[in-house]
Design a protein around this ligand. Structure first.
Ligand code: PBG
Ligand code: ZN
Length: 327
């Protein structure tokens, strides 16, 4: 007879039992699928660095989304890929801005059946490829704020539910909240990329959005990945300035940060499972090193377990298409 009292394996004996005592459950309602919108008509091209993810014109996006909504996608995040870039990011502003055109079309077609978030940043629209405008060879924080605020109100005006500033300029959440309120958009949500790190995992995205900086890097505005407590400061400031949801980005290499923020603040926490994290999974699966479903569920469960309420992930369409969360 064994004198062992504790046998943790007893709780793992069967599938039914394991499911009964599982601490974490993934919910599609907490997941947002990103899309890239380019100018033109009838355009849809796969992004070479991101298998199964496309750049498409607004009309094509409306058709793709109709199919995706049948799969169960109801929450999306939009990124613009404009034709024109200049010093002041002017193609991000006005009713002709490509994301504004797309949102108007989607709102007319799908009404309240779709939750639309949109990225607010200048890097896809500036000729420098930086997230703020440049004065005297420096990223000009304060001159970037009114442009970001105008971009956000323009999005709200065409029916965007949620603006997501990803530029990491100081004070942008406050500037955007003020501008939205002044324009009568008190109910437009802000989901700030609060702790956004300067990461090599954005590589495939910059290819997709054509937003790589022409010179230099983003280390003077995005966070240094050696820092953990600094994320608390960034999140606290964004909450003070009026963000409704805070985001940590990337997700997988920053689970400690997600856990810290989740335990210290009473706001919903989002995590961005970024392009590089997505492409690694795709490449491993393609080479037969692991099953895609297993990798995706392990990654997204880890992000949820760490404390994320909301996950932005390029995997959502595959999850729903293949029924990876069913049973
Ligand atoms: C724009 C922006 C980026 C991402 C989201 N918004 C790229 C960057 O900061 O260089 C990355 C998303 C991804 O990698 O999936 N500032
Ligand atoms: Zn940017």
């Amino acid at each position: 007879m064994s004198d062992m009292i504790y046998r943790p394996r007893r709780l793992r004996v069967s599938r039914l039992l394991r499911d009964m005592v599982a601490e974490t459950t993934l919910k599609p309602a907490g997941m947002i699928q990103p899309y890239f919108v380019c100018e033109g008509k009838g355009i849809k091209g796969e992004i070479p660095s991101m298998p199964g993810i496309f750049r498409e014109s607004p009309d094509s996006l409306a058709r793709s989304l109709a199919d995706d909504m049948k799969l169960g996608i109801k929450r999306i995040m939009l990124f613009g890929v404009p034709d024109r870039k200049d010093a002041k990011a002017s193609s991000a502003l006005g009713d002709d801005a490509v994301v504004n055109v797309a949102i108007k079309m989607l709102r007319d077609k799908f009404g309240e059946d779709i939750f639309i978030a949109a990225d607010v940043c200048l890097c896809a629209y500036t000729d420098s490829g930086h997230c703020g405008v440049i004065t005297d060879d420096k990223i000009d924080n304060d001159s970037s704020l009114p442009i970001l605020a105008e971009m956000a109100t323009g999005l709200a005006k065409v029916g965007c539910d949620c603006v997501a500033p990803s530029d990491m300029m100081d004070g942008r959440v406050g500037a955007i909240r003020d501008a939205l309120d002044d324009a009568g958009f008190e109910d437009t949500l802000i989901m700030a990329y609060s702790a956004k790190y300067a990461s090599a995992y954005y590589g495939p995205f910059r290819d997709a959005a054509d937003s790589a900086p022409a010179h230099g890097d983003r280390k003077t505005y995005q966070m240094d990945f050696r820092n953990r407590r600094e994320a608390i400061k960034e999140v606290a400031l964004d909450i003070e300035e009026g963000t409704d949801i805070v985001m940590i980005k990337p997700a997988l290499a920053y689970l400690d940060v997600i856990a810290d923020v989740q335990s210290q603040f009473a706001v919903p926490v989002a995590a961005y499972n970024v392009s590089g994290e997505f492409t690694i999974v795709k490449m491993m699966a393609e080479r037969g090193y692991a099953e895609e479903k297993q990798l995706v569920l392990e990654n997204l469960t880890a992000i949820t377990r760490a404390g994320a309420d909301v996950i932005l992930t390029y995997h959502l369409r595959d999850i729903l298409k293949h029924g990876w969360l069913d049973g």
